[in-house]
Design a protein around this ligand. Structure first.
Ligand code: ADP
Ligand code: ZN
Length: 220
């Protein structure tokens, strides 16, 4: 049975890590709006060019193009069959409403909306040391999880870089945007009784184990 989940949380809370784990456990397709935007920027597409400036400043990309970009993937046969783990979308109430309309049309429902929560100091610490592999996307941290060789990925030898929006200014802005635009999405889902809050300030293994248990995932 295909599972359909949404992960919501501030930047640096570990959405990407948990999304990867959940997709491995369930076979559902991971759909990360941030990753998709970064791939579009990398490929220098029209959408990437439009999104880059918003992203570098820590602002949201406008709802219209974001919704279009995500729906394109939600409508693909692969997503219909496997289900999905949405990470980074919906990020505004408008996006959440649009997603509900879309799922209604497809006659499917969400199996869960997971709110990942962590104290502000933990989040800021995680974001300020974060390094990502340019080749395979593996995430490192200069203090918490350094690579064995400086600047190189343990898994694939790819170069590690600091994300363009992990500057102190953009981090601050993303946290403000989360409170203003995305926290209301949590209220939106709470009102429908579909929200599951998880303490994500712990080691990612512990967070993963709790998710697995609370979602009744017995596989793998
Ligand atoms: P983080 O959660 O660490 O901020 P993401 O990779 O999820 O990182 O997103 C990076 C950036 O991509 C966001 O700051 C925003 O500019 C843009 N973005 C991602 N998802 C959305 C969305 N659903 N709506 C608008 N902009 C988005
Ligand atoms: Zn790598």
């Amino acid at each position: 049975m295909a599972i359909r989940l949404v992960l919501i949380g501030p930047p640096g809370v570990g959405k990407g890590t948990q999304s990867k784990l959940l997709s491995e456990l369930t076979g559902a397709r991971p759909l990360s709006s941030g990753l998709i935007f970064r791939a579009e920027i990398e490929a220098d597409t029209e959408l990437g060019q439009l999104a880059k400036d918003y992203i570098d400043h820590g602002h949201l990309v406008p709802n219209g193009v974001t919704i279009q970009m995500m729906f394109k993937r939600l409508r693909q046969e692969e997503t219909r069959q496997k289900g999905f783990i949405l990470d980074g979308f919906p990020r505004t109430v408008r996006q959440a409403e649009a997603l509900d309309e879309e799922l209604d049309k497809e006659q499917v429902t969400l199996d869960g909306v997971i709110s990942l929560q962590a104290p502000l100091d933990v989040i800021v610490h995680r974001l300020t040391g974060r390094l990502g592999c340019t080749k395979c996307g593996e995430i490192y941290h200069s203090v918490n999880h350094p690579p064995h060789r400086e600047g190189l990925c343990d898994k694939c030898d790819g170069f590690l870089v600091v994300r363009g929006d992990d500057t102190p200014e953009a981090i601050r802005e993303r946290l403000v945007v989360f409170e203003e635009a995305t926290a209301p999405v949590l209220d939106y889902y709470a009102a429908t009784g579909r929200l599951m809050a998880i303490d994500a300030g712990r080691e990612s293994d512990e967070v993963g184990a709790e998710l697995k248990q609370r979602l009744n995932l017995t596989c793998a």
